[in-house]
Ligand binder design. Structure first.
Ligand SMILES: Nc1ncnc2c1ncn2[C@@H]1O[C@H](COP(=O)(O)OP(=O)(O)OP(=O)(O)O)[C@@H](O)[C@H]1O
Length: 575
């Protein structure tokens, strides 16, 4: 129980205790107050039952007519309270959802958790997009609904039990094995006993729903993730005629959705077999229980209806747990997933190695005594010394899989597995990854990424596009075209990435195969244009051929370096 409450509490704190959180707490308090006012109206309706049915029994037409009027007033007040509480609850939900989404997005983006957790994502173990979008929504919705209902129901329970206590003055008398038994105020005891037994049965029947709900959310997310991947890699799949393979994967993932759905619906049926009749009997049971007192003449008809109404309210309030079991299960499941996600993000960037990072005052990129390995302990690369001075171009070569990109990742503080020293100049730097990345947005957004277009200015953007040979795009009316619709070829995308160098003018740059899609002449022309605006920039270029156009190049060949075995303690045994 406590293990379920801890994540809910942690996430609630994230929603409510934030700058501007006071308004949310005030909203919560107002909705709670409206709920209490609603309880007061219900208490008044219980008294109304006595007044109305007594008037009916006495055939007192004016009194009965007056009670009909009272009934409509009470219903109108109740509706107004309900509607305003529902409206304010929605307002609270979007505020808290905004707060929680901010927390989750910060965790996802900080320390590059999105990168460190990407392997898990690819394995389908994790679907962070679902957690950010759906889980934040579901958690806040369920929390605000269930927490407010719980609090209101607690207060309501005290009020209804007090009424039931004051009304059920008659005992239940019967003979058991020849002994006279008399239970005073048995209607009061009957209500919690009835609910306790029912809650026990509900919990026992409904317990498997929690893991089944977790599994359902996971399988749905896995299915969505597979669909989104096809969209992202549509061209590669189309060239490979991979539709049957994609279809097999979709079918497999949907089969998992359907399979778990069947288990979930069967379990819900089992639970429903109990809760459904329970919900229906709960309205009649009090009548049956109070009938002996009525038949013995201890209760008027109005009194019978009043006590039935009070009992019903006690039982329905107590039964909140039963009726809300599914929703509570969803709240717990979502809280666990979100809480686990935040914990994963917090530890994602933690490496077991010891790479020391400093800033180099002389403006050099440098590594010393570097030894990199894979997460499983396999040695990838060792490097005694590498330095790229201001204005220098170093070409990092080596066979495929030799560790060139891993070295770039280490410089970018992404790769944590290894030991050694890394120093980067204090001035601004720029990394270009092997795969060109075009963000959602316009062509101008893509060129200026990750800066804001307004901070750069359209003239500079047009000049950068022209410099890298993208003359056909270097027109003011093209800048606002969605980049996805620009129909860029692989080489054009690489030119666009290089335009970012011209725009951002870094003091140092690490480029991972930046011109692999360009021919040598095009590469030389683009690099010459880049060099013209960046004469003092230090370049580390990873490529399978010497970069042309940047000026004199010093080659560092990784094939000359030998991999070393990691320390025995770091080797992970396959067993
Ligand atoms: N996340 C990872 N988990 C395990 N091994 C990895 C991971 N990333 C890279 N490696 C391994 O590290 C080695 C070096 O990979 P890297 O991408 O650095 O090579 P590269 O020299 O850039 O190759 P290429 O020229 O083909 O781009 C490879 O054996 C690769 O399998």
């Amino acid at each position: 129980m406590l293990t379920s409450l801890a994540p809910i509490w942690r996430l609630t704190v994230q929603c409510a205790w934030r700058p501007g959180g006071r308004f949310g707490i005030a909203l919560f308090a107002t909705i709670f107050a409206l709920g209490l006012a609603g309880v007061h109206v219900t208490v008044r309706l219980i008294r109304w039952a006595n007044d109305f049915y007594t008037a009916l029994q006495k055939l007192d037409v004016p009194a009965a007519t007056q009670q009909i009027g009272v009934f409509f007033v009470l219903v109108a007040v109740s509706a107004a309270l309900n509607l305003s509480a529902a409206w304010l609850r929605k307002l609270l939900q979007i505020r808290w959802r905004q707060g929680l989404t901010d927390v989750v997005l910060d965790a996802w983006l900080s320390d590059k958790a999105y990168w460190h957790l990407r392997d898990r994502q690819e394995n389908g173990l994790d679907n962070p997009d679902q957690r950010i979008a759906d889980d934040c929504r579901i958690f806040v919705y369920r929390l605000t609904t269930e927490a407010l209902e719980l609090m209101t129901n607690l207060v309501a329970l005290v009020s209804y039990v007090a009424i039931l206590w004051s009304l059920s003055t008659f005992p239940l008398a019967f003979t058991l094995f020849g002994t006279e038994v008399s239970i005073a105020r048995y209607m009061v005891w009957a209500a919690p006993l009835y609910v306790a037994i029912s809650s026990g049965v509900t919990h026992w029947l409904g317990k498997p729903l929690i893991p089944l709900n977790v599994e359902q959310q996971k399988t749905e997310a896995d299915f969505r993730f597979a669909l989104a991947r096809l969209r992202e890699n549509g061209e590669a799949v189309a060239f490979a005629r991979g539709e049957p393979a994609e279809r097999r994967l979709f079918d497999l993932r949907f089969a998992a959705v359907a399979d778990n759905w069947h288990r979930l619906m069967n379990r819900e049926l089992v639970l429903g077999l109990f809760t459904r009749p329970y919900m229906q009997t709960v309205l009649r049971i009090p009548l049956f229980l109070a009938l002996p007192a009525f038949l013995a003449g201890r209760l008027t008809f109005g009194g019978l209806m009043q006590i039935a109404s009070a009992f019903q309210n006690v039982v329905t309030t107590l039964s909140w747990f039963i009726f809300s079991y599914r929703d509570l299960a969803e709240l717990v499941a979502t809280a666990r997933r979100l809480d686990g996600f935040l914990a994963d993000c917090g530890t994602a960037a933690r490496g077991e190695g010891g790479i020391v990072r400093t800033s180099d005052a002389s403006g050099r990129m440098a590594v010393r005594d570097l030894s990199l390995r894979a997460p499983d302990g396999r040695a990838i690369l060792t490097m005694e010394d590498l330095a790229v001075s201001s204005g220098e171009v170093v070409w990092l070569s080596g066979a495929s899989g030799r560790g060139k990109t891993t070295l770039a990742r280490t410089l970018a503080a992404l790769w944590m597995h290894g030991e050694g020293h890394v120093a980067l100049p204090a001035g601004p730097g720029l990394f270009l990854a092997q795969q060109s990345y075009l963000p959602l947005g316009s062509l101008a957004d893509a060129v200026t990424y990750p800066s804001h277009r307004d901070d750069i200015g359209d003239e500079a953007i047009l000049a950068a596009l022209a410099a890298v040979g993208l003359d056909r795009l270097a027109a003011p009316d093209r800048l606002d075209v969605a980049v996805a619709l620009s129909g860029l070829s692989g080489g054009e995308k690489q030119r666009l990435m290089l335009a970012r160098l011209v725009i951002h003018r870094p003091a140092w740059a690490v480029l991972d195969e930046p011109t692999s899609a360009l021919d040598r002449e095009a590469e030389a022309a683009v690099f010459a244009a880049v060099r013209a605006v960046l004469p003092a920039t230090a370049f580390l270029v990873i490529a399978h051929r010497p970069p042309q156009g940047l000026g004199p190049v010093r080659r560092v060949d990784l094939d000359a370096a030998k991999p070393v075995q990691p320390p025995a303690a770091l080797r992970i045994s396959a067993a």
